[in-house]
Design a protein around this ligand. Structure first.
Ligand SMILES: [Zn+2]
Length: 450
């Protein structure tokens, strides 16, 4: 099935079964009651007949009962069949511009009921965020009504209303199967092309870039021969379609320098990436002010305009990117300038947490919304878009790192890592890290399967 993917090895398989819907049982109480009447025997029946005579005072009825024969009417006072078989499920698929309320109305709920359903699901999933092509299903059972909404390949919203009760909502997770794979590749002219060739989808390739975005400047520093290796969990739905991947460990070799990252849950609900010795991959500053994307990924030796690095004369680093490419702040801080400044054109300057540090981003085509003097920004936030305002020969970002107002070479600035693995978790981390490092060390570069 994955034979078309070169350099891909399957190392282990895992199966995880999760919550499955339990159908409510059907009530059947009539039979038991009927048997009880039969076991009362003749004296009991006579008693009942006497009561009947007293109640009905009908001569003809009395005669029949006094003859001692059991009467069918008496035996069938209790309903014999209380539960009807459930109706076939009804389904409706959302169309473009459709919404939950109208979809639910198509399934036979009135507007009020539909609104109640939307309300009830709120704590679990917002039915305002439904998408065209996704399906609603209604199932009517003996004493309950159920609704299912397919959120994605893995998640299904389930609502149930029992008799005289309110709607209850829960998220069901489909049974998925997963396996761990190791994918490796080397870069010829674009990371995304290399990733695709190795069988790594765009989203996972982007996650790989994000993991190393504090160490590698993917916009400027990628070179032919750079390589990557990813230990990745792949999840499949019941149809065998890949529904998600999680990078457990990764390696990136940039210009001969090796970077490795291990995924670890440093607290109960949050996973992060650490170097094999437990230091955080996150640092005070991102390596690049331009987010690396599929569009800007291809590097070329023939540039339309000179792209300069830091020199005494230039005092900044230029990023040649298509006009309109988002520019992000490399670190948290506060805007101290946003507007036009001579040769810089549209410029944004940010003062960082370390107040001696500031960064400048020039030649913008447009400054992003909300980026005004005094505004706070978080690391990675988009502050504007690449352009050629001011003195520029082509669209590019002019980026400066300043220490106490003096432009310095960004490469000389120390990037302090975020919190390492907590001491109490170091033993658990070392065990995972050791295992992952062995995987990264051992994984062979496989030849393509025929
Ligand atoms: Zn420049």
């Amino acid at each position: 099935m994955h034979q078309d993917f070169a350099q891909r090895t399957q190392s282990q398989s895992t199966e995880s079964k999760q919550s499955k819907l339990a159908m409510p049982g059907m009530a059947s109480f009539a039979r038991g009651t009927r048997l009880k009447i039969l076991t009362w025997g003749l004296p009991g029946i006579l008693m009942l007949c006497l009561i009947a005579v007293l109640l009905f005072r009908s001569e003809s009825d009395a005669r029949t009962y006094l003859s001692g024969k059991p009467h069918e009417e008496w035996l069938s006072v209790m309903p014999v069949s209380a539960a009807l078989p459930p109706l076939a499920p009804q389904r409706t698929i959302l169309e473009q511009g459709d919404n939950s309320i109208s979809a639910l109305q198509r399934l036979g709920f009135d507007r009020t009921q539909a609104a109640l359903i939307v309300d009830a699901s709120k704590p679990v999933f917002s039915l305002h965020d439904v998408r065209a092509g996704h399906m609603f299903e209604r199932r009517d059972n003996a004493s309950s009504v159920e609704i299912h909404y397919t959120v994605d390949g893995l998640h299904r919203l389930h609502l149930v209303r029992n008799e005289n009760e309110a709607w209850r909502a829960e998220m069901l997770i489909s049974s998925v199967s997963g396996r761990q794979i190791i994918i490796s590749g080397s870069i010829e002219d674009s990371l995304f092309l290399a990733a695709a060739k190795a069988g790594l989808d765009d989203r996972t390739a982007m996650n790989l870039v994000d993991i190393f975005s504090w160490d590698v400047d993917f916009s400027r520093d990628l070179r032919q021969g750079d390589s990557f290796k990813v230990v990745c969990d792949e999840m499949f739905d019941e149809q065998g379609k890949v529904v998600g991947t999680t990078i457990q460990a990764a390696e990136f070799i940039n210009q001969g320098k090796v970077f490795r990252a291990i995924r670890f849950m440093a607290d109960a609900d949050h996973a992060d990436y650490f170097s094999p010795d437990g230091k955080s991959m996150r640092k005070t500053y991102l390596k690049s002010p331009v987010k690396y994307s599929r569009i800007s990924s291809r590097f070329s030796t023939a540039r339309k305009h000179p792209v300069l690095g830091y020199t005494r004369a230039h005092r900044g680093v230029d990023y040649a990117s298509p006009s309109g490419t988002p520019i992000r702040t490399i670190g948290e801080g506060r805007i101290i300038f946003a507007g036009w400044k001579g040769g810089y054109g549209r410029l944004v300057e940010i003062q960082h947490i370390n107040h001696a540090h500031s960064t400048r981003y020039g030649h913008m085509r447009k400054i992003a919304k909300g980026i005004t003097k005094g505004a706070r920004v978080h690391q990675g936030q988009t502050i504007g878009y690449v352009g050629m305002s001011g003195v520029a020969t082509g669209p590019h970002l002019h980026f400066e790192f300043r220490v106490r107002g003096q432009a310095v070479n960004p490469l000389t600035v120390r990037h302090t890592p975020a919190e390492p693995v907590p001491t109490g978790k170091m033993e658990a981390f070392n065990s995972i890290s050791g295992q992952m490092v062995r995987q990264l060390d051992a994984s062979p570069m496989m030849l393509a399967w025929e």
